[in-house]
Design a protein around this ligand. Structure first.
Ligand code: SF4
Length: 297
């Protein structure tokens, strides 16, 4: 595998020489991951009864002030591993009964991950899930096309002001829109097996932020313009909790009210989307796994 010498994997296109230094995402010359294991807290069609075989990668091109995984995304907690070790981890997760392999935040390590999937080869029988913040370049997604079965992107904002203020990601809305269209071009309408587990397709997630249900509604209206609502699944998340810097940011320092969340859910139903909503009671830290290198070492 050739390590990028002028990295342009993500929309930052920061040009880092990944052989010698880390880019704006924190990714350097070697894969870095913080946890691998069976994860029960994804959507039911992903986690099923046995769990999703999740690998959390360290670093992130996005800079969300409310990131619940900030220890790994912003603080880069994790351990360097080879592509060969990652291939072993995939096979170990399969052996444990995982329904799929779930790559959390893979873009800045995509060539390394593709190498690991090549090493695992035909021994890996599970669908591969590409779980991302939606901040992706179409060119990079094309590298993933032959390896990935399911895309699980966020569509976080329509407002550029919010994207800049809360994620330092100018142009996010149009970048994510193009990325999600490319994901759908690759995978087409979703397919669920007889056991209720997703085999292929696109599931778009959106986390409703406190005070911003208007923007959430615009996200789903835009999504309905971009793709046939019956061709994808959506997941409307209410679990926002003021993690990381958000604890200190007025307006972001509270949970989402029932009224705010229900406004969004009503529009999602009107638009004809199918998918998942959450119980308001789930808005707790139980969604944050321990990042302890388990499954990685
Ligand atoms: S993936 Fe990382 S190193 Fe590459 S362009 Fe994006 S921020 Fe820079």
């Amino acid at each position: 595998m050739n390590i990028p010498q002028r990295c342009d994997l993500c929309p930052r296109m920061c040009g880092a020489d990944r052989r010698r230094s880390a880019g704006m995402c924190g990714g350097g010359a070697m894969l870095r991951a913080a946890r691998a294991g069976l994860h029960m807290w994804e959507e039911p069609c992903i986690s099923g009864e046995r769990g999703s075989g999740t690998v959390f990668f360290s670093g992130c091109p996005m800079k969300c002030v409310f990131c619940q995984n900030y220890r790994i995304s912003a603080e880069n907690f994790g351990m360097e591993i080879t592509s060969g070790r990652l291939a072993e981890i995939f096979l170990q997760l399969q052996h444990k009964g995982a329904h799929n392999i779930n790559l959390v935040n893979p873009v800045h390590f995509l060539p390394w991950i593709c190498e690991a999937l090549d090493i695992a080869g035909d021994g890996l029988k599970l669908p591969v899930v590409y779980n991302s913040g939606g901040y992706e370049r179409v060119e990079t997604l094309k590298l993933a096309e032959k390896y990935v079965d399911i895309y699980l992107p966020d569509f976080k904002y329509i407002s550029d002001e919010l994207a800049v203020k809360y994620s330092s990601a100018p142009g996010y809305s149009s970048i994510a829109a193009k990325a999600i269209c490319e994901m759908y071009r690759q995978k087409g309408p979703y397919v669920i097996g007889d056991d209720g587990i997703l085999l292929s397709g696109v599931v778009v997630r959106h986390l409703v932020l406190p005070g911003h249900s208007d923007d959430s509604i615009k996200v789903f209206r835009r999504l309905a313009e971009l793709l046939p609502p019956e061709g994808i699944l959506v997941s409307v998340m209410s679990q926002y909790t003021p993690f990381y810097k958000a604890k200190e940011i007025p307006g972001l320092d509270r949970k989402v009210s029932d009224e705010e969340y229900e406004r969004v859910v009503d529009v999602v139903a009107e638009l004809g989307f199918d998918g998942y909503t959450q119980e308001q009671t789930s808005a707790e830290e139980e969604y944050t796994p321990d990042f302890d290198l388990s499954g990685i070492k």
